[in-house]
Design a protein. Structure first.
Length: 310
C-alpha cells in the first residue's frame, strides 16, 4: 500500500504530531499513532519524526502502515478446530456473522476459540490496530446467539462506532420471557453495576448512565411471551436486566432469572438464556449503503418455542 499523504493546515501549528494524526486519520488511535511514529512509518520531508514533534502548519505528512501482525499460533490452532460460524454479510469493510451460542466474542484464552479468532483464521484479510484480526464494535454475551458485526479495518471501526453513537444501527432481538407482558412498552432507567454483586447489573442504582429499550409482543405462549426488543442503548446484559426488573425474566436466565425461569421445562430444552439477535441493519463504510441481515432462530430456541406452544 502506498503511503498516505496528509496535509497539515496552518491552524494546526503547535499541535503534537501524534495527537494530530489520531484526530485526523479515521480509526487511528493515539496509541497506534505513537507506535507508527516510533517505528519510522511517519515521515515529514522524508525524515523520521519524534512522537512529541510540534507541527508548524503547512507541511505534508507521509504515513505508511506495515502489514498486520498475524494471530498467535495458539489462536490459529484453536480456530482450526472451532465450530462453524455462518456468514450473513461480507464486504471490504465489515463482516456480519450468525454467532452460535457458547462462543465469546473476544479471545479469552480458553480451549474454545472466540469469534475474533475464528474469523481471523478463516476469513482474512483484517487489519485493525496493526493486527490481522477483526475489530470489535459491539458484543453479544457468550450464551446469546445471532447477528454480530465486526470490522475489517481501523477506518471501518471508526465509521461503525460513529454509526452506533448516532443511532444509525438498528438491532432487534427475540426473547422468550415468563409472564404476560403488555402488548408493547418502553423501558428507560439508570444503569450500573449492582453494589451488592459487581458481577451483575441493575437499574436500581443512581447513575448518569441510562439504559433504554422498547419491545412488542410477537407471540403469546403458555405462561410466557415471545417479544421483539429494539435496543436504544447497548449496555452489558441490558435486555436481561430490564426485562427481569420489569417482572418478565428471560427464560433460563441463570443470572437475572428466578427459580421458575431456571426450572421451567422449556428452560431445559434451550439450556441457556432465551435471547437471540434476530436482525441487524447498519450503514456499510464500504458501499455507503444500508446492510440488513436476519439470523434464523437456532434449534434450541425453536424447541423451547414448540414446547411453550403446547
Amino acid at each position: 500500500m502506498s503511503p498516505q499523504k496528509i496535509s497539515v493546515p496552518r491552524e494546526a501549528a503547535g499541535e503534537r504530531l501524534d495527537k494530530f494524526l489520531s484526530a485526523h486519520v479515521p480509526g487511528l488511535s493515539l496509541e497506534r499513532a505513537r507506535a507508527l511514529i516510533e517505528k519510522g512509518h511517519v515521515l515529514i520531508r522524508g525524515k523520521k519524526c519524534q512522537v512529541t514533534r510540534k507541527l508548524w502548519g503547512g507541511e505534508e505528512i507521509e504515513l505508511s502502515r506495515p502489514p498486520p501482525r498475524p494471530p498467535t499460533r495458539a489462536s490459529m490452532s484453536r480456530s482450526a478446530e472451532g465450530p462453524t460460524l455462518p456468514v450473513l454479510h461480507d464486504d471490504a469493510s465489515l463482516v456480519i456473522v450468525n454467532k452460535p451460542t457458547g462462543l465469546v466474542v473476544e479471545p479469552a484464552g480458553g480451549s474454545v476459540p472466540s469469534v475474533v479468532e475464528l474469523l481471523a483464521a478463516r476469513l482474512p484479510p483484517f487489519d485493525v490496530e496493526g493486527l490481522a484480526q477483526p475489530g470489535v464494535v459491539h458484543r453479544l454475551d457468550r450464551e446469546t446467539s445471532g447477528c454480530l458485526v465486526l470490522a475489517r479495518t481501523d477506518e471501518a471501526v471508526a465509521a461503525l462506532d460513529r454509526a452506533f453513537q448516532e443511532k444509525r444501527v438498528d438491532k432487534r432481538y427475540w426473547a422468550i420471557v415468563l409472564g404476560e407482558t403488555p402488548e408493547r412498552d418502553r423501558l428507560e432507567a439508570p444503569y450500573g453495576r449492582d453494589p451488592k454483586n459487581p458481577r451483575l447489573f441493575t437499574t436500581k442504582v443512581r447513575s448518569a448512565r441510562r439504559a433504554a429499550l422498547s419491545y412488542e409482543v410477537r407471540e403469546r405462549l403458555k405462561g410466557a411471551t415471545l417479544v421483539e426488543v429494539k435496543l436504544e442503548t447497548g449496555r452489558t446484559h441490558q435486555i436481561r436486566v430490564q426485562m427481569a426488573e420489569a417482572g418478565y425474566p428471560v427464560l433460563a436466565d441463570s443470572l437475572y432469572g428466578t427459580e421458575e425461569t431456571r426450572a421451567h421445562p422449556a428452560a431445559k430444552e434451550i439450556g441457556r438464556h432465551a435471547l437471540h439477535a434476530v436482525r441487524l441493519s447498519l450503514p456499510s463504510p464500504a458501499t455507503s449503503g444500508v446492510v440488513g441481515v436476519e439470523a434464523p432462530l437456532p434449534e434450541d430456541f425453536q424447541r423451547a418455542l414448540a414446547m411453550l406452544r403446547g
